[in-house]
Design a protein around this ligand. Sequence first.
Ligand code: PTJ
Length: 257
Amino acid sequence: MIPPTHPRYRSLLEREKVVEGFRDGYVAVQGLIAQGRGECFDYLIGEETQPFALEAIRAAAAALLLARHPVLSVNGNVAALTPGTVVELAEAVPALIEVNLFYRTREREEKIAEVLRRHGARRVLGVGDDASCTIPELFSERRRVSCEGIYKADVVLVPLEDGDRTEALRRMGKTVIAVDLNPMSRTARSASITIVDNVTRAMPRLVEAVRSMKGLERRELEEVLRNYNNDKVLASALRHILRRLEELADGLYPGDA
Ligand code: PTJ
């Protein structure tokens, strides 16, 4: 039991959720390592949603609202950390939900679908034989996708992802929205829109943005997308980390120690 007064309460609670998901058999053991890497980058950005993430969230909301066939991809970590917001986002857009795993097993797929259904999902794609279409030039198990879901999608949200699939989906002409705390990862660099933030903070904000931008006209949403530059956003994230580290160092020992 983590006391709520603990200065790292939120982070420790999230860690526990991933561990629990692992014990329940739907988070991959590698998912625990991914969480640790995420925690480290979250430390570096200051464990708060930063303006560069808000800018990407706005663009992501516009892309989802403009999409003809938007799909939200869910893996083990996302199911453990923020299953309810995936379902809320799917309802708000509206978008389809698909389970897509790097370390794929039938058991994990079914358990993740079950978690999502417990949180209100009415339809979950990508489980078992439903994943019968193939993403070309992708060799991991992630290549198997639902023909009605990711295969057909024009916009795919891939929170917490590996780089290969993002690149393969881009080659298929899709708009890829990533949520990745590491602004240097291949996923972050190859996605169309990268939200550099913790998935647990980014997802509720994305739901909010979709709800508040729903009333905008198509041309206004298109304008948001036209003005968005992912490289600029990633550069802002890196500069933010640099500045933060300088400030922290100066707080310890001013000057050029
Ligand atoms: O459930 P599966 O089988 O699909 O496997 C999922 C994992 C996450 C294990 C798999 O996709 C993987 O190995 O991913 P990577 O290559 O470790 O990349 C994960 C990325 O997500 C890293 O860049 C982390 O910094 C980032 N990350 C980790 N936790 C979070 C995060 N980004 C946002 N929010 C987090 N909570």
